[in-house]
Design a protein around this ligand. Sequence first.
Ligand SMILES: *Cc1c(COP(=O)(O)O)cnc(C)c1O
Length: 380
Amino acid sequence: MTVGYLRPTRILVDQNAIYENIQNELKDLKGTDAVIFPVLKANAYGHGMIPVAEAAQAAGAAGFCVAILDEALALRRANFMEPILVLGITQPTEIELVIANQISITVGSLEWLQAAYEIVQQIPYPQPMHIHLSVDSGMGRIGFRDATELLAAATFIKAHAKYFDLEGIFTHFATADDPDDTYFKEQSARFNELVAVLPERPRFVHVSNSATSLWHSACNENLIRMGISMYGLNPSGNAIPELPYALKPALSLESELVFVKQVEAGSKIGYGATYEASESEWIGTIPIGYADGWSRRMQGSTVLVDGHRCEIIGRVCMDQLMIRLPKQYPVGTKVVFVGKSGDDEITLQEIADYAGTIHYEIICGLSDRLPRVYSGIDEH
Ligand SMILES: *Cc1c(COP(=O)(O)O)cnc(C)c1O
């Protein structure tokens, strides 16, 4: 993807916010043996993996989580030497890369281990691969559901210690961000039941995504997979406003007016000519569109110009969109899509609510065409 460095549309990422969110979580964990593995999947939720990893490392991250092997290898290529856990299923055919790069991987079935055993024997001088067993305690995505199979997997690993090292066991909650904790408790009980079949607890036992560590910290175990809260966003959206510490959003999105005109009443704007000016109006054009991740659903939402809310009018185009201005503003005037302007602020939660989705999807959808500009980490 060609990055648009030469147009005035950019994502600003405050690395200090990431640093502070992790430090606040570490303070919350004080007195426990839990460590933080920030979750850097999907280009660090759209924030940019390497600069987020740098801020997280400075803040005291003990390792990292990613979703896929390619992301783990990208971190290794950038010289991050901490443990890296791939949370999704890795193809057994890729285990030579896993071993050579000392990546920790998630295993969710005995069948996978048996397939890997066949392959690993072909590899010259293998080191043991670090395995985290995934337990499906009720998420219904990946992992062991059955105690007998889980024990068989642990036994298989132990019997083939030349190739396999049981580094961790974990589960993932489906409703940790729900004010109703009934299902959470069921999952927690099921996980404990399954972990109890292992003859010994591995070095890492983990259950906590952001929501769990914020609202169910008593269940934390000893590794926190800190995702959305590191980026300063409330995992629950609006459902649970109470937080143990304030979260500081790291991402903002800005552009500039590149074209400004006054149109007469009756003038049409945009594809389909769906908008008609009801009076003489000032219209601004901004170089961002659905190819950048600003979806067509955002028609009718607002952006901030000089502290004023301005409506996106007409259809959002692939690369441009139009807004109605309260008065004439010069080309080059700043336009805020996410973040503060004057006394007002547009949050990612507001955007997600308008688009009928969650903020996770908005930030992950911001395309690679948008340059990411980093504020840099202060001396702490
Ligand atoms: C993505 C993910 C996380 C992080 O979730 P957040 O809600 O962003 O904290 C943690 N664990 C697993 C298994 C994940 O897939």
